[in-house]
Write a protein that binds this ligand. Structure first.
Ligand code: GDD
Length: 349
């Protein structure tokens, strides 16, 4: 009997890489998707094109306990990767209430349903380096105090604490991955890295002359999403459940990302990038950089893709896509406004 895995948020960047990994490992893979995605597969299931006929998708709403309960009862998974969330930090400032509803209740529903229906199921919760927020130590590790700076960050702290409590109170094999930013050509267009790579492609194609961004000095620890999904899987293969930081240990500013992207195509970002107040956040996380030494020691996990290679891969993919050769994304291209689109809600990062 193959192992059976359930991925919530399977249509997102991480969900699609994880689905590919689990299919390659011989798992029977199930994923929850919003009904609207099943009705528009060309766009919304595009990231799953390599595995679409090897996985089973179920229409479900992570915001409804009845819906989550029904799917888990039906699938009876051995492993559950709970990735579905409202994952765009900026949007959480516009609508704190629905961010809490999706992210906190969604996680509680998954944990609660698994506890009742399949207590042996191993469950992964997608924690985030946004939980550290205004961190008081650099780099951040599993013992660093949380100081979230957005309702998104707060919702992830709540999910992390719920996961820990299910582990301690009910002996669930429940783990949190504290993942730092992870990117790829499949990244949603609203996140800054993809906004830069796709904006640059549009500039090269003559579709626009400028790229408007917010805070160029914010620093992040950017890794490759495909490698981060491998870490998720490894966390569920351990003898004991535990939480792990997943990061590269390197930090770069948004400005560095612009510089690397534009210089890759022999342009100077200063000729194209403008700062626009609309894209600044009410409370910013200035610096995130992770210490993944525990993951290296226990999971034998290490990042491989360098910052420069990640930037190049994203730029090259967007330049090819705009020339009409291929597309990696599930959403229609935005105009680089960076604003929230209701289509993106409840997708994993
Ligand atoms: N999105 C966006 N758009 N961000 C901008 C812009 C812009 O125009 N200009 C500057 N930034 C800055 C943001 O202020 C932030 O400091 C940084 O770029 C990264 O923003 P995002 O790419 O939106 O990601 P994030 O760091 O807020 O959150 C991502 O990483 C988390 C892990 O730390 C998301 O993937 C979260 O879901 C994830 O948990």
């Amino acid at each position: 009997m193959p192992q059976r895995a359930l991925i919530t948020g399977i249509t997102g960047q991480d969900g699609s890489y994880l689905a590919e990994l689990l299919v390659a490992k011989g798992y029977e893979v199930h994923g929850t998707v919003r009904r609207v995605a099943l009705e528009d597969p060309a766009h919304r299931l595009a990231r799953l094109h390599t595995v679409r006929d090897k996985i089973t998708l179920h229409a479900a709403s992570i915001e409804s306990f009845a819906s989550v309960f029904k799917i888990i009862a039906e699938i009876q998974p051995d492993e559950c990767y709970h990735l579905a969330a409202q994952s765009f930090v900026s949007y959480s400032f516009d609508d704190e209430f629905s961010t809490f509803n999706t992210n906190i209740n969604g996680t509680h529903f998954v944990l609660g349903a698994l506890r009742q229906l399949v207590p042996r199921c191993r469950v992964y919760f997608a924690g985030s380096s946004e939980m550290f927020g205004k961190a008081d130590e650099v780099p951040q590790n599993e013992r660093t105090r949380f100081h979230p700076r957005s309702s998104y960050g707060i919702s992830k702290v709540a999910g992390y604490e719920l996961t820990r409590n299910y582990r301690e109170a009910y002996h669930a094999f429940a783990v949190s991955g504290i993942l730092f930013n992870h990117e790829s050509p499949r990244r949603g267009y609203e996140f800054v890295t993809r906004k830069i790579s796709s904006g640059l492609a549009r500039i090269l194609a003559g579709e626009t002359a400028q790229l408007a961004l917010g805070n160029l000095e914010a620093r992040r620890d950017w890794g490759h999403a495909r490698e981060y999904t491998e870490a998720m899987w490894r966390m569920l293969q351990q003898d004991e459940p535990d939480d792990y930081v997943i990061a590269t240990g390197e930090t770069h500013s948004v400005r560095d990302f612009c510089e690397a992207a534009f210089s890759h195509v022999n342009l100077d970002y200063r000729d194209y990038v403008v700062q626009d107040d609309r894209f600044f956040r009410p409370a910013e996380v200035d610096l995130l950089v992770g210490d993944a030494s525990k993951a290296k020691r226990v999971l034998a996990w290490e990042p491989k893709t360098t910052f420069r290679d990640l930037v190049r891969e994203m730029v090259d993919a967007d330049v090819r896509a705009i020339a009409g050769h291929e597309s990696h994304a599930s959403e229609p291209r935005t105009t680089g406004s960076g604003g929230f689109s209701s289509e993106l809600k409840a997708q994993s990062s």
